[in-house]
Write a protein that binds this ligand. Structure first.
Ligand SMILES: [Mg+2]
Length: 409
């Protein structure tokens, strides 16, 4: 607390020379090197959960490899899906965003340079970044190809510096060593760290401390909370709850009236998050599944669900730098019998359209238009290294490799 005549002092970190010391709260530049990239925060020396997100990852890798494009708007996107996979910050100035249909992106930014994605390059870059994260701590959990969360609680003992200093050094190493930039969020837990990472992009370094968590969360929509999907969002909206402030304002009785999850939801809205950072163990299969809102029998309807699942599965595989050596289709009928069908692939793939093609081959043998299904799952098994995947024209399903799983529950 400030005392009259004595200026408040805050821990400060220089992101260029890594000087870390208490400094007057009004200081804007590093006392040692003069850099303006000074981070000041009361909890700077104690926060230890970090969310790291690469800036415009695919587009940044392309720009790094083609310096002549540095000042140009660059969009990475496959013609196959017809959407933007990544847009650089120059393209974003024109309003281009990820997942936007390509025709719309080009209408907004007609002079954009459009590049086809080169996943083996992105995978190699992601690996190099992860290797540097693992040098900080084994407690690293990848969340997608370009995002991870780190628990640096023991980092001070291990490396003799607070987590914030290690992260600033890490960000600079990634820049100088790999030619890519990251944004760092540092907080007491995963929820707040993720929010912090998004606050100062690109090349960001933001902190959310325990003391301001409640206030930072208050204006945000309920969907930022882990576990709040579209269904829960509608359930809450019907009760007039759209912002986290609405949840924060509930009495314990009102929270219980929201349902079994109510009280936990309110605590999360206050900034509580007990999710641990779980390092990737040995993964033997990767799968996604969905329980249908209504039982479906029509093949075309089932294929649409598979389309979404194949996109999700491709994302999961990319996040783990893995590919599918085979595809497993799981179907549960209306009477709860489970069928699994397996198809080996000639060449491993991590691409959604090829995963979908294999899944459709399997589905065609099961969907007779009469049998109703209540659950559909899609898995990758065996797994393969992403570096071995999607080699030229060889990619595609092998029809001869189909095997049938036992029917069970
Ligand atoms: Mg990113």
């Amino acid at each position: 607390m400030a005392v009259a005549g004595v200026e408040e002092r805050l821990p400060a970190l220089c992101r260029d020379c890594f000087a870390f010391a208490e400094a007057p709260a009004s200081r804007r530049a590093c006392a040692l090197c003069g850099s303006l990239r000074l981070v000041r925060h009361a909890e700077l020396g104690t926060l230890s959960i970090a969310h790291i997100d690469c800036d415009a990852f695919f587009a940044s890798v392309e720009k790094r490899d083609r310096p002549e494009l540095a000042a140009r708007p660059v969009i990475v996107g496959g013609s196959r899906r017809g959407v933007v996979a990544a847009a650089c910050y120059v393209a974003r100035l024109s309003g281009v965003r990820s997942a936007m249909p390509m025709f719309r992106a080009l209408a907004l930014c007609p002079d954009a340079v459009v590049l086809a994605p080169n996943f083996s390059k992105y995978t190699a870059a992601a690996r190099a970044i992860r290797a540097r994260m693992l040098a900080l701590t084994p407690r690293m959990q990848p969340l997608s190809i370009d995002e991870a969360v780190l628990d640096l609680a023991d980092a001070e003992a291990r490396h003799g510096a607070p987590a914030a200093v290690l992260l600033a050094r890490f960000a600079q190493e990634v820049e100088s060593g790999l030619g890519l930039t990251v944004s760092v969020g540092l907080a007491p837990n995963r929820l707040l760290a993720k929010l912090a990472a998004g606050r100062d992009k690109p090349r960001g370094f933001a902190l959310i401390g325990a003391a301001e968590a409640r206030a930072v969360l208050a204006p945000l929509p309920v969907r930022v909370l882990p576990g709040v999907g579209p269904v829960q969002e509608r359930h809450l909206a019907a009760r007039g709850i759209t912002r986290l402030a609405d949840l924060q304002a509930l009495s314990p009785a009102q929270a219980r009236a929201l349902g079994r999850e109510g009280p936990a939801l309110v605590r999360r809205a206050e900034g509580e998050d007990f999710r641990q950072v779980v390092p990737d163990g040995e993964t033997r299969s990767v799968s996604v599944e969905t329980t249908l809102a209504v039982d479906l029998a029509e093949p075309a309807a089932l294929e649409r669900v598979l389309g979404k699942l194949s996109l999700k599965l491709a994302e999961r595989l990319q996040a783990k730098t893995l590919a599918a050596g085979g595809v497993v289709l799981k179907l549960r009928t209306g009477d709860f019998a489970t069928r699994t069908r397996h198809l080996r692939l000639a060449v491993p793939t991590g691409q959604a359209p090829l995963l979908l093609a294999a899944a459709r081959t399997l589905l065609a043998r099961e969907a007779d238009g009469l049998t109703e299904f209540r659950l559909i799952g899609l898995g990758a098994e065996p797994l393969a290294d992403a570096a071995l995947a999607d080699r030229g024209d060889l990619a595609g399903p092998v029809d001869a490799g189909i095997s049938r799983g036992r029917a069970g529950r």
